[in-house]
Ligand binder design. Structure first.
Ligand code: XIL
Length: 706
C-alpha cells in the first residue's frame, strides 16, 4: 500500500494499524470479493468489507433509489452506483444486524464521490436502528462538498440497542447520484475481567460511577455492573437534556439510565436541577429578549425554576413510585451546581440566575426541591475545587448561611476533579470543615488527571505516572475512609479512560480504554499490587483506527472522531508544506492584504463550535473553501479575545501570539478543493468565560461565520 505523500508522523501508527486491519481482512477471507457477506468471523478486527469488485456485496437500494455496480473504483475497478434518488434518505444500505454489537465502537471507512459532471453534494453516512418497532436514524458523519473526486471518509460509531440495524449512505438534501467504494468497518469488543474484586466491595462508602448511555452496553455495561452500586447520569438529567424548549420535557435518555440502575439494583444520584451551563437560553429570555431584573421577569424565572424542578420530581415519582420505596432508585439530587465564585466579593458566581434573581435563587431552588421531592431525596449543593482554601471559605459560608435560614440543604458535594499530586491534606481539611455543619457530604465527580499541568501532553501516560496515579488514588481513598461516616457516596466521573470528559491522554479513571484495571484500580482495591501487577496501558478509544490508505493523486481526508484528540507531534523532517497563495503576501503580525486575481473568487465559511467546562474547552473548527479555486496550503487566523489559550491542537499546526491564533494546514490536508472542507480543532483554557471569536480569515480572506 504505497503512499503518494509523506505520512505525518502522528498518522504513521494509524496507517500501520490500517494496513494490519486490511491484512486481517485479506488473510481471513482470501480475497476482498469473498468478504461480501458481513461476518463476525473476521472479528476482532474487521467486521465488514465491501469492494464492489464482483457484485453488490450485500448492499441494497434504500427508498426509491436503485443500485448497481460501475466499472470505476476508488482503488480497484468497481464501485457501487446509487441512482434514481428522489428524497435525501434514498440511498444504499447494508444490513448490519449481525455485524454490530451494541456498545462496541466501530470505525467506519469508505470512499464517496459523485459521477462526472454531477457538481457537488453534502452526503451522509447513517445508521438506522430499529428497537421495539421504533426506528432511530443516526448520523455517523456528514461529508460536505463531495465532488466527482473520490473522497475517503472515516468516522466512528457506537450503536445502542437494536432489534435490526442497517448502515446506509444518503445525502443532506441533494438527490444526486452517488458512488460508494471500499467500505471497511472494524471494531474491537473488549472484555473486562469480572473476577476482580468489585470496587464497591473495597470501599465502605457507596461507590458510584457517572455514566453515558454507551456505558451500559456490551463489555462496558458488564464492567459498570460489576464495580458500581450507584450511578450518576453524566449529562441526561441536566436542564438542556430534560427541557430543551419551554414546556417540552424529554426524559427518555435519563430514563434509560434509571431503568438500567433499577435492573441492576443500583441507586441513582441525580445531576443537576440548576446550573449555569447546559441550560437552554430560553430560561433567561422573554420573547427572545434577555430577562431584566423587573419583578415580573424575576417572577417568571422563579416560576420556570419551580416548574422545572417539579416536573423532574413528578416524573420520577410517577414512573418509579414514591421516593424512598424500593421501585424508585433516585435517592439524591444536585439541586444547584457550581454557584460559587471565590473571586466575587460575596463568593457567588455571576450567572444568569444571579443576574436576574440575585442570591435568593439558591435558597428558592432548595425549597422548591424539598416541596417537589419530599423528604426522601437528599438535596445536594455541588462544586469543584472545594479543597482549595479560597474556594472552601465562600462554600462553607454559603452552606452555613443557608442552614441558618432553615433552607433544606442535606448534603455538600465535592467534585474532586484533581490531578496527581493535588494535596490530599487540603482535601481532608475541607471535609473536616464541613463536618462541623449539619450536613452529609459526597465525593461527586472524582477523577485524577495524569497531566500535572497544561504543558504536558501525550497519547498514553508514561508508566511511572500511571503508578503515581495508583498511589494517589490509594491516598485519597485512605483519607476518605477516615471520614466514611460523613460521606453519603463516592462517585468517579466516568467508567474508563477512553471516554473521559478531560482532554485526551489525561487517563484519569480506574480502567483503561480496553476495560482493564489500571494501577488506579489497585490503589483503591489492593495497593500492594499497584506496582506488581502488569497493567495494560491501552487508553485509546476502542476501534478508533482511521483507515488511511492513499491512492496516488488522492488526498486522504481523515475525519477526526469527536472526543478523540489525535496528538500531532511535530517530527523533524516532516514540515507541513505551505504553498504561498498567489496574490497574498503575508506579513508577520499584520493581516495580509489580498490582491484579487482576475476571474478567481476567494472565500471561506467557518463553523466554530466549543464544548466548555470550568476553565477549559474543546473547539472544533470546520473550514470550507467557498472560492472558485483550489487551495494548496492554507492558514486560518482568528483572535481569542477573552484571554483563552490554545493548549493543544490537531489536524493543523497551531500557534498563538497574544490573542491571535494561526492554524496552518497539516501535511495531509493542505489541498482544499472548491467546496471542500477540513475539520481542525484544539483544546484551550479560559479564565472563566469563553467568548467566541467573531471573525476568521483564510489566507487573509475574511470568512463567513456560520
Ligand atoms: C461534563 C460532562 O461529563 C461532559 O460530557 C459535558 O460535555 C460537560 O459536562 N462538572 C460537572 C459535570 O458538574 O456536569 C460536568 O460534566 C463536569 C464538570
Amino acid at each position: 500500500m504505497p503512499s503518494a505523500r509523506p505520512v505525518p508522523s502522528a498518522l504513521r501508527p494509524l496507517v500501520a494499524a490500517a494496513a494490519a486491519l486490511v491484512a486481517v481482512a485479506l488473510v481471513a477471507a482470501g480475497s476482498l470479493a469473498s468478504l461480501a457477506t458481513p461476518a463476525r468471523a473476521l472479528s476482532p478486527g474487521v467486521v465488514l468489507t465491501s469492494d464492489f469488485e464482483s457484485g453488490l456485496d450485500g448492499w441494497q437500494a434504500r427508498g426509491a433509489a436503485s443500485v448497481s455496480t460501475t466499472a470505476t473504483g476508488a482503488r480497484g475497478t468497481g464501485s457501487l452506483l446509487v441512482q434514481d434518488r428522489v428524497d435525501p434518505w434514498d440511498g444504499a444500505l447494508i444490513p448490519v444486524t449481525d455485524v454490530f454489537e451494541p456498545g462496541t465502537t466501530y470505525t467506519i471507512g469508505l470512499w464517496l464521490r459523485l459521477p462526472d459532471g454531477a457538481g457537488t453534494a453534502d452526503l451522509r453516512v447513517s445508521v438506522q436502528r430499529d428497537l421495539d418497532g421504533q426506528p432511530s436514524y443516526e448520523t455517523v458523519t456528514t461529508v460536505e462538498g463531495v465532488s466527482s473526486q473520490w473522497r475517503q471518509v472515516t468516522a466512528t460509531y457506537t450503536p445502542g440497542l437494536f432489534d435490526t440495524a442497517s448502515l446506509y449512505v444518503e445525502s443532506v438534501s441533494s438527490p444526486a447520484d452517488v458512488m460508494v467504494d471500499d467500505v471497511l468497518v472494524s471494531g474491537v469488543r473488549y472484555t473486562p475481567d469480572l473476577s476482580l474484586t468489585p470496587v464497591a466491595d473495597a470501599v465502605s462508602v457507596p461507590f458510584g460511577i457517572a455514566v453515558e448511555p454507551q456505558d451500559l452496553l456490551g463489555g462496558r455495561g458488564d464492567l459498570l455492573a460489576h464495580h458500581a452500586e450507584q450511578i450518576t447520569p453524566g449529562n441526561q438529567m441536566k436542564p438542556d437534556a430534560i427541557q430543551p424548549t419551554e414546556g417540552t420535557f424529554t426524559f427518555a435518555a435519563a430514563d434509560g439510565l434509571v431503568d438500567w440502575a433499577l435492573e441492576h439494583d443500583m441507586r441513582v444520584y441525580g445531576h443537576t436541577l440548576l446550573w449555569h451551563q447546559q441550560t437552554p437560553a430560553w430560561f433567561f429570555q422573554r420573547d427572545g429578549a434577555a430577562l431584566t431584573t423587573s419583578s415580573a421577569d424575576q417572577a417568571l424565572l422563579r416560576e420556570r425554576l419551580r416548574t422545572h424542578i417539579e416536573a423532574v420530581a413528578d416524573h420520577y415519582r410517577e414512573t418509579y413510585g414514591e421516593y424512598g420505596t424500593p421501585g424508585n432508585p433516585v435517592f439524591a439530587f444536585d439541586v444547584v451546581n457550581e454557584v460559587i465564585d471565590e473571586n466575587q466579593p460575596d463568593g457567588l458566581r455571576r450567572s444568569e440566575w444571579y443576574r436576574v434573581l440575585g442570591p435568593s435563587y439558591i435558597a428558592d431552588a432548595f425549597r422548591y426541591a424539598r416541596d417537589a421531592f419530599g423528604p426522601e431525596v437528599q438535596l445536594f449543593i455541588n462544586d469543584y475545587n472545594s479543597e482549595y482554601p479560597d474556594k472552601r471559605a465562600p462554600y462553607l459560608r454559603l452552606v452555613t448561611d443557608l442552614l441558618a435560614q432553615g433552607v433544606p440543604v442535606d448534603g455538600v458535594g465535592h467534585q474532586l476533579h484533581v490531578e496527581v499530586g493535588r494535596s490530599v491534606p487540603m482535601i481532608e481539611d475541607t471535609i473536616e470543615a464541613f463536618e462541623a455543619l449539619d450536613v452529609t457530604q459526597a465525593v461527586t465527580e472524582l477523577d485524577v488527571s495524569t497531566y500535572r499541568h497544561e504543558g504536558e501532553q501525550w497519547t498514553t501516560p508514561p508508566a511511572d505516572r500511571l503508578l503515581e496515579q495508583g498511589y494517589y488514588y490509594r491516598d485519597v481513598l485512605d483519607m476518605l475512609e477516615r471520614h466514611a461516616s460523613s460521606l453519603e457516596s463516592i462517585t468517579v466521573w466516568g467508567l474508563e479512560d477512553s471516554r473521559t470528559w478531560l482532554r485526551s491522554g489525561a487517563a484519569p479513571l480506574l480502567f483503561d480504554g480496553a476495560l482493564q484495571a489500571k494501577p488506579a484500580y489497585w490503589g483503591i482495591v489492593d495497593p500492594s499490587r499497584i506496582g506488581t501487577t502488569p497493567t495494560p496501558t491501552v487508553t485509546q478509544t476502542p476501534g478508533v483506527t482511521p483507515t488511511v490508505t492513499s491512492t496516488p493523486g488522492v488526498t486522504p481526508t481523515v475525519t477526526p472522531t469527536p472526543g478523540v484528540t489525535p496528538t500531532v507531534t511535530p517530527t523533524p523532517g516532516v514540515t507541513p508544506t505551505v504553498t504561498p497563495t498567489p496574490g497574498v503576501t503575508p506579513t508577520p503580525g499584520v493581516t495580509p492584504t489580498v490582491t484579487p486575481t482576475p476571474g478567481v473568487t476567494r472565500g471561506c465559511r467557518v463553523v466554530y463550535t466549543t464544548n466548555d467546562w470550568n476553565t477549559g474547552f474543546t473547539a472544533g473548527v470546520r473550514v470550507t473553501n467557498t472560492g472558485t479555486s483550489a487551495l494548496s496550503g492554507w492558514a486560518l487566523t482568528f483572535s481569542l479575545d477573552g484571554g483563552q489559550r490554545v493548549t493543544q491542537g490537531w489536524s493543523a499546526s497551531w500557534t498563538q501570539s497574544g490573542a491571535r491564533v494561526t492554524a496552518t494546514n497539516a501535511a495531509w490536508n493542505g489541498s482544499l478543493a472548491p467546496g471542500g472542507s477540513v475539520e481542525i480543532g484544539f483544546n484551550g483554557s479560559h479564565p472563566g468565560s469563553n467568548p467566541r471569536p467573531t471573525s476568521f480569515a483564510l489566507d487573509g480572506v475574511p470568512c463567513a461565520v456560520a
